[in-house]
Design a protein around this ligand. Structure first.
Ligand code: PLP
Length: 384
């Protein structure tokens, strides 16, 4: 055999290897006798991740995809021209923008309601095809009762779909399908990854026909998760439980601490009712007193243990201003309608020791007291 041909056909014997953990199947193609076909359709690392996620959330089927927005996009693929989509008004800015973009292009309509108020149920149109929300909500961490919304919507129209973005609650603390939601989805980029180093998303459903629909959309739409990302996410999920426990403890302590600080007007933390939401991780919001609002960027810059930027739910702490960050894509009016102002600050607590985080926050506020004037220009350029 020519050495070039031999080099091409050299393989280790997979049958004899027996690795202790699954290797990365970094291949696009499978042999004709494989149960897999092509990585755009399915891949062992993706399948393993999906099984893990099904166990964690108590779902029958999981379809893993490239990122959270891909999962949301695929959900909206289920809508047709003339359909009505109801969305909660407090929601991740990019999701809101995507609803608008697609509704204009596809001809479905979007009705925005505050689903945290039971009175809003009366305003849900009778022909609603899909209801989409996050609970706890982003921002403000309000609770939406999944079962109450689902019971109501399905009483209006039996084939209506209830979709919950469960990213912030996590599968360990909330299982929307057990409260009559049809689809639960996640950005795996957040707690699943936990280290700000991998993107991913997942759709979880109990009904086989929905799972099959999503598998088809993934195959034809190419929203597949790459094997290395699937492997990393699966690896990170092995510590999800202990990370969340620690996020929770640190955050509870920091919530109570923040509430004692004079510059802090109000702290937002969700209602952990033990039935729908059985615990909560590391993301909270607080409002600065109005006179300090123009100083937010100085405050963020002065923090040494909190990274700025778009990441969250990872092992190290982060600070962000939703007005200019996660909800930057909304117009000023849309933000006003949401009640979102510049004095709202999002803190994501990592796994640091709470005493260090407290010292850091106190020192950052002290900087504001000692400085006379806001230092705007340079600071403004830094935080997106
Ligand atoms: N859903 C929520 C609640 C989010 O916070 C985000 C991103 O911040 C997304 C979806 C989008 O996820 P991804 O960035 O993985 O596309």
């Amino acid at each position: 055999m020519h050495r070039v041909t031999k080099a091409l056909h050299t393989r280790i014997d997979n049958q004899a290897v027996h690795p202790a953990v699954s290797p990365i199947y970094q291949n696009s193609a499978f042999t004709a006798d494989s149960t897999y076909f092509y990585t755009r359709k399915d891949n062992p690392n993706v399948a393993e991740l999906e099984s893990v996620l099904c166990s964690l959330e108590g779902a029958r089927h999981a379809v893993a995809v490239g990122c959270g927005m891909a999962a949301i996009f695929m959900t909206l693929e289920l809508l047709r021209a003339g359909d009505v989509l109801v969305v909660n008004k407090d929601i991740y800015g990019c999701s809101f923008r995507l609803f608008q973009r697609l509704s204009e292009r596809r001809g479905f309509s979007v009705k925005v309601l505050d689903l945290s108020l039971e009175s809003s149920l009366e305003e849900i149109p009778r022909d609603t095809k899909m209801v989409f929300f996050e609970t706890p909500t982003n921002p403000f961490l309000k609770t939406i009762r999944i079962r109450t919304v689902a019971d109501h919507v399905k009483s209006l129209r039996a084939d209506a779909l209830v979709v919950v973005d469960n990213t912030w609650a996590t599968p360990l603390f909330q299982s929307p399908l057990q409260h009559r939601a049809d689809i639960s989805l996640h950005s795996g980029t957040k707690y699943f990854s936990g280290h700000s180093d991998v993107m991913g998303g997942v759709l979880l459903v109990d009904r086989e026909e929905l799972a099959e629909e999503f598998r088809q959309t993934r195959f034809y739409g190419g929203t597949v998760l790459d094997p290395f990302a699937a492997w990393l996410l699966r690896r990170s999920l092995q510590t999800l439980d202990i990370r969340l426990e620690r996020h929770q403890d640190v955050t509870l302590e920091m919530r109570d601490f923040l509430a004692t600080l004079p510059p802090v007007k109000k702290v937002y933390y969700p209602e952990v009712d033990g039935s729908q939401l059985t615990g909560y991780g590391g993301i909270l919001f607080f409002e600065l007193h109005e006179d300090l609002t123009p100083r937010y960027r100085e405050f963020a810059r002065a923090l040494e243990l909190f990274e700025t930027g778009t990441g969250m739910a990872c092992v190290s702490s982060m600070v962000a201003q939703p007005y200019s960050g996660s909800h930057a894509s909304l117009t000023a009016k849309e933000k006003r309608d949401m009640g979102l102002q510049e004095n709202l600050v999002r803190l994501c607590f990592g796994l640091e020791h709470p005493e260090d985080l407290k010292r850091d926050i106190l020192a950052a506020f002290a900087t504001l007291e000692s400085a006379d004037e806001p230092q705007d220009a340079a600071a403004r350029a830094e935080v997106g």
